[in-house]
Structures are given as C-alpha cells and as structure tokens.
Design a protein around this ligand. Sequence first.
Ligand SMILES: C[S@@+](CC[C@H](N)C(=O)[O-])C[C@H]1O[C@@H](n2cnc3c(N)ncnc32)[C@H](O)[C@@H]1O
Length: 244
Amino acid sequence: MTRRYFRDSGIVNGMRVLDIGSGAGDVAFLAAELVGPQGEVVGTDKSPAAVDAATARPERSLDNVTFRQGDPAELVFEQSFDAIVGRYVLMFNPDPAAMLKRIARHLRPGAIIVFHEVDWSGVKSSPPCPIYDRCNDWIVQTFRKVGTNDSMGFGLHSAFLNAGLPAPTMGLHALIGGGNDVLSGIDLIGDLVITMIPVMEQMGVVTAKDVQPETLIERMRREAIDNASVVVGRSEIGAWARVP
Ligand SMILES: C[S@@+](CC[C@H](N)C(=O)[O-])C[C@H]1O[C@@H](n2cnc3c(N)ncnc32)[C@H](O)[C@@H]1O
C-alpha cells in the first residue's frame, strides 16, 4: 500500500527523498527502491535507538540511504529535497499541521509530499469475532489514553490545508480476509497488541493475563475460521500533493 501511494504521488528514479520518522528504516528502503541508485534517501527519527537499528540493517549496504537522528522539523540539510515521505508518524504528534508546515521548508518548489497514516473506525469482523474486535478496542483505548491519534488518516486532508499545502489527492486500502488468509491482518493486530501490553497495563486498559499473548493469534485465527468470518483491518490512508 505504501509503495502504491508513493508511486501514485510521483516518486520516481533519481529523486532525493526525506523520510520523516524512519523508525527501523522500512519506508526509507522502500523509497530507495523507487528512486534507484541515481537517487538518495535520508531517514530521520528522533529516537537514537531507531536510528541505530535502521543503520544496522543489511540493506544499509545501499550507499544512497543514510539515517540522521533528530526532529526533522528542527534539522538543517545542506540541499533541499524532491520529496518528503512518512508513514505512521503524524499520528504520534500533537500538531500534525504545524509539523507538516515546518518540514515542508526542506522541499524545493514543485516537490512532492506524501504521508501514509491509519484510521481505526472502519475495523470490523463479520460475522463478529469477539477476540479480534476486543483487540482493536484495546489498541484504540490505549492510543487515546497516551495521546496517539487513531484517526490521523482522515485528519490528513485538514492537516495539509492547515499547513498551507494544497488539498491532497488521497487513497484508501485495508486488509481483508478470512481466518486462513495471511493478509487478513489478524497477525498484524495480534502482534501489535502483544507489543503494546506494557503500555496497556500501565494505562489500565488490560493485563497480560487477560490478553494471554502466547495463544492470542491462534485463538483469533481459530475464531475467524470457526465462524467463517471476514475481518477488515484499519483504513490505510495515503495523501499526497505537490508544493507550489
Ligand atoms: C510507528 S514508527 C513508524 C516507522 C516507519 N515510518 C514505518 O512506517 O515503518 C514511528 C516513528 O516515528 C518517530 N517519530 C515520531 N514523531 C517524530 C518526530 N516529531 N520527529 C522524528 N521522529 C518522530 C518515532 O520515534 C518512531 O520511530
């Protein structure tokens, strides 16, 4: 989905790309694939641990991908960029429009800005799978308690406008499938819940004992198979525009 949004936004061979909140580097390496050896990607993340992890990846042998630690809104770059990309990062920031405005100054005129964020409101299972539904509820409740925006995907339009950017072109995709379908998103939601257990406990949402992480994914899959259910994941929303 991310690759599709980046391609649709106009990212092509030879471009110089800035990745915002690069985390473990997946998006930066994806962008590197699109811009090829003639292009260049700079990943940025405020977390030193994320930058260390991304830098240690074997794909780092690509000499056109580098990672810099810091807030990209504050960082200074010697050259401007042909594109800014980001995924699952605005949702963690209290004022996404202000962030977009500040990072857009790194773009040359006519450059591209593209973000991929999520929205949890369309998550569904039919016929209902209570464990899957409960897992999504736990995630959303926890996000709300810690100030993470679970509807950032739909907030992209207004964030672009409030940042003084053109109204974005948008796209929406979601994972969907039955219990045996690896693309149903059951694994993804199960893994996310398991990763979030410490913060869920801290926020008083649920305990590890209730989650039973050892069997969670298998129970969710079994429930979907037994009910012949289809599960629909969160909305994966892309938004892109060219700056004047
Ligand atoms: C959920 S991860 C996403 C990583 C990557 N973009 C991906 O999709 O695989 C979010 C990352 O954004 C980083 N981040 C959040 N706000 C940031 C900011 N204002 N400046 C730099 N990095 C930020 C976090 O440290 C974290 O590594």
